[in-house]
Design a protein around this ligand. Structure first.
Ligand SMILES: C[S@@+](CC[C@H](N)C(=O)[O-])C[C@H]1O[C@@H](n2cnc3c(N)ncnc32)[C@H](O)[C@@H]1O
Length: 246
């Protein structure tokens, strides 16, 4: 999972209408609402300071409601200019929102961050070591990183292929990867993070359930499942709260 290469390939969203194709046209209310709710809850539970937050790989700003009004300054980073341009015009520098067109592999921010969130980005950034190194250096001491790990070995996969040999990283398509969560967590620790919280997300992500069960109910089921299984890496997406040591 380490490449050490100078310029890793970046997954370019400039020609992709992510907002319409992936969100508006698909039935993903459950995923969206549960992610906004979870990120907000994790920030409220774990962030000790609330001056600077960075949304690393912010896309069109879908997750702004998860941290809006909780901080003084908001730093929105994405590689695709087309994504940054779609962020609502209410969120300007005068209201504390700053945009940066950068690759996360080289992310450089003007201040140490109290919190960095990076959601649905790791699946495009296979050089995990380089990414975590960069994010670590942008955090203040005791700052927290909230990130989701696209987990290949989720419950359905384990039931389908119980004796499958576990790889560290699985290439699903050209620029889309899923991972062995245990391995990614090891990299977090090697890079100087303590894992302080883990949550299983998207446990009820099925076309059938989403068609018949309201998103609020699915979110309630997620919460109950997490009381029992939060440490088990059974979700298709595993949320990590990692604290910078020292
Ligand atoms: C699946 S979208 C997720 C966007 C947002 N975090 C969300 O949850 O709605 C992935 C985003 O990561 C950005 N991205 C991919 N690779 C990147 C890189 N190396 N540096 C910065 N942004 C990157 C894409 O431009 C895109 O906006």
């Amino acid at each position: 999972m380490t490449s050490g290469q100078t310029n890793p390939t970046v997954c370019d969203y400039n020609d992709y209408d992510y907002r319409t194709q992936f969100w508006s046209k698909a039935n993903r209310t459950y995923e969206h609402q549960s992610e906004v709710t979870m990120v907000r809850r994790l920030i409220q539970n774990w962030a000790t300071q609330h001056t600077h937050i960075c949304d690393a790989g912010c896309g069109f700003g879908r997750l702004i409601p998860a941290y809006e009004n909780l901080f003084e300054q908001y730093h929105l980073v994405d590689y695709a200019a087309s994504m940054l341009n779609q962020i609502d015009s209410r969120f300007t520098a005068t209201s504390g929102y700053h945009r940066y067109q950068q690759s996360l592999y080289d992310i450089t921010l003007p201040y140490p961050m109290d919190v960095i969130i990076s959601i649905r980005t790791l699946h495009h950034l296979p050089d995990t070591e380089r990414l975590l190194d960069r994010l670590y250096h942008q955090l203040s001491p005791n700052g927290i990183l909230i990130m989701d790990i696209p987990n290949y070995y989720h419950i359905k996969q384990r039931l389908k292929r119980p004796f499958q040999k576990k790889l560290d990283r699985i290439k699903r398509s050209n620029q889309y990867y899923t991972y062995n969560t245990k391995k990614i967590i090891e990299i977090f620790k090697i890079k100087g993070f303590n894992i302080v919280c883990k949550r299983q997300m998207g446990l009820f992500r099925s076309h059938f359930l989403k068609k018949w069960v309201p998103p609020q109910w699915l979110m309630a089921l997620d919460m109950v499942a997490n009381w029992f299984f939060s440490q088990w890496d059974i979700g298709p997406s595993v949320y990590i709260v990692a604290k910078k040591c020292g």
